[in-house]
Design a protein around this ligand. Structure first.
Ligand code: M6R
Length: 611
């Protein structure tokens, strides 16, 4: 979704801002803009529809805009079409107050009407222009920027990371956030503001994560935080341990390909962090063994791929820990009125930790007095801070919109939690528990071996690139992998695809199978192979082109299937970690072959901070 960057300090602001915005391109956007103020506070604004390159060309990489203080924005349209007029920054009529905003102002219509009654007119369709003019209104009323910003916060509903320049305060950026991410950085050379760390990591590792309703004043001299009562508050900086290269392509053609190949390392890091010398240590989660023994059931929630991890986890947790589990799509769950006993543990899975629906589901559960555990990748994100406990995955920054390494790290988190629960609840025999732990440590090299399928998969993708419909089918964990494989294919290749529980196909969907329809069967679950094979044969009899992904030792796969890809053996609970790798590669190569923008697929954003 939208990205914000701000800088004030001892160098020209626009090039820093444009550079920062390029690091946020992964968030998805359709227009961009930058505003810079000079020594006497006069503010220049340049905006453009389309890619940042257009804005870069207009401003000669920012050099044409002179000034040491500025704000910039990449916009992912919500209110109003993508256009130069709707692009941020927005301003008041006198161009003395200029703002960029990420999020949605839910009550923008009544606020707009109120402002219109007071003589304001509007030039765009955006909620951000309303936000800017609301700040203007309170600034004119109270004559003080901090007061104007806190009044803004008291009168709007919704989510925002808002950064504002006031002509009367040259060299200063005022900002506030609620439910939209905003990080602040500081060095001797100046102060930075951004929607995400990679945008400013090149300049500083000292990052302040802001809380809801923190008001921030950035100037060359430093950063000051205030609460809504405009009282100064103290915040501690976090030193970021990963470096800027982690968020760069580093010679790979796409971030997605780089991140696919980082999976052995990511899995190793996450496993090794919690499992050392054969001991599983989840003490960081602050969940006592007494508590874990006493949990009545588990509810897992998340969106997109994070939800798909939950589907895998349901099979693993129920089987290993013998605990009832339900998995819920966060955007549905948040509006349901679930019957709760109070003995549930709600696990919210999110790479970004900022997904609006997942955050809302978490809050809903907390309000109901239910204990929450977040599995999150981004340090200091909203979900991480609001959950009762956090399991931080060790995936490092994930830039490609299509998640790969974060999904894999989330799977590991769920396996480790399942093992812990299985152990404390006495659901797993000691010997098997040891085998499972050992098997987890072997996963990185097995993922590496699966990655070696790359050329075979690439060739296969080149033969399949004209397919109009693809079906992924499987049972149990293989079904869970199918839904993730199908999403991956859809989101970056734009090929229509369905994922089906193999046994469900004949209850309607098999009517869609035609001559040449590609059906991909996933066959890793020993007891279910025969059943899924029968379902695949049913599609082959109706003309489907059947290819399968099976474990090395899987037997009973008919030779008449067109293609068979083999992945290494592992414990049946962990196969998702291997099968998904081949499917990620398949989606990746199809997308490349079709000439798509792999890392930034159309209409999508990396972090979905709106409902
Ligand atoms: O940041 P989150 O994990 O909460 O994001 C959830 C989904 O938006 C995300 O997994 C999405 O489905 C991915 N683009 C899939 O590749």
């Amino acid at each position: 979704m939208c990205g914000i960057v701000g800088f004030t300090g001892g160098k020209q602001a626009a090039p820093v801002i444009l550079d920062g915005l390029t690091k946020l391109e992964y968030r998805g956007y359709d227009s961009a803009g930058v505003a810079v103020s000079d020594k006497d506070g006069t503010i220049d604004i340049v905006k453009a529809k389309g890619k940042l390159k257009v804005l870069g060309d207009l401003t000669d990489g920012g050099k044409k805009l002179k000034g040491l203080c500025g704000i910039g924005h990449t916009r992912w349209a919500t209110h109003g079409e993508p256009s130069e007029n709707n692009a941020h920054p927005h301003c008041n009529d006198e161009k003395t107050i200029v703002a960029v905003h990420n999020g949605i102002i839910e009550n923008f219509t009544p606020l707009k009407e109120k402002l219109m009654r007071r003589g304001y007119t509007f030039y765009s369709e955006t909620d951000t222009e309303v936000a800017t003019k609301l700040v203007d209104y309170y600034y004119k009323k109270y004559g003080e920027p901090l007061r104007a910003i806190s009044e803004f916060a008291l009168h709007v509903r919704g989510s925002y990371a808002l950064a504002v320049l006031f002509k009367d305060y040259p060299g200063k950026i005022f900002a506030i956030r609620k439910d939209s991410p905003m990080v602040i950085g500081y060095t001797d050379g100046g102060a930075y503001l951004a929607s995400d760390v990679p945008a400013i990591l090149k300049y500083t590792r000292n990052i302040y994560y802001t809380d809801n309703h923190d008001i921030v004043l950035l100037s060359e001299k430093g950063v000051t935080f205030y609460n809504l009562d405009r009282e100064e508050i103290k915040k501690d900086a976090t030193v970021i341990s990963w470096d800027a290269e982690a968020a760069e392509k580093g010679g790979w053609e796409h971030f997605m390909l780089k991140e696919i190949h980082e999976q052995p390392e990511v899995v190793k890091n996450t496993v090794n962090y919690f499992l050392h010398d054969g001991k599983l240590d989840l003490s960081e989660l602050n969940l006592s063994e007494e508590y874990l023994k006493d949990i009545g059931s588990i509810i897992i929630t998340g969106c997109g791929s994070a939800y798909h991890v939950g589907v895998v986890a349901q099979y693993v947790l129920e089987d290993l820990a013998r605990i009832p589990v339900r998995v819920e799509i966060a955007s549905e769950f948040r509006y349901r009125k679930p019957v709760l006993s109070g003995k549930e543990l709600v696990i919210v899975i999110s790479q970004s930790g900022e997904t609006a629906d997942s955050l809302a589901a978490l809050r809903e559960m907390k309000q109901n007095g239910v204990k929450t555990l977040a599995i999150v990748n981004v340090l200091g994100s909203s979900i991480a801070r609001e959950a009762d406990s956090v399991f931080y995955t060790k995936a490092g920054p994930e830039i490609s919109v299509a998640t790969t390494k974060a999904y894999s790290a989330q799977l590991i988190a769920m396996y480790l939690i399942a093992l812990k629960l299985a152990k404390v609840r006495g659901a797993v025999a000691g010997e098997y528990y040891a085998t499972l732990k050992k098997e987890l440590t072997l996963l990185p090299e097995k993922i590496e071996k699966t990655l070696a399928l790359k050329e075979e998969v690439q060739k296969f993708a080149s033969q399949m690139m004209d397919k109009k419909d693809v079906f992924f089918i499987g049972r149990g964990i293989d079904y869970a992998v199918s839904i993730e494989s199908s999403l991956k294919l859809k989101e970056i290749s734009y090929i229509h695809s369905e994922a089906y529980a193999a046994g469900e196909l004949k209850h309607g969907t098999i009517s869609l199978i035609e001559d040449g329809t590609l059906v991909l069967g996933i066959l890793t679950q020993k007891n279910l192979i025969e059943k899924t094979v029968s379902n695949l044969v049913e599609t082959a009899s109706r003309g489907a082109y059947v290819a399968v992904l099976a474990s090395e030792k899987a037997e009973g796969i008919p030779e008449k299937f067109e293609r068979i890809f083999r992945i290494p053996e592992t414990d049946e609970h962990f196969f998702a970690s291997l099968a998904v790798i081949a499917m990620q590669l398949f989606a990746y190569y199809l997308s490349v072959l079709r000439g798509n923008d792999v890392d930034k697929p159309r209409n999508l954003a990396k972090s979905v901070t709106v409902e």
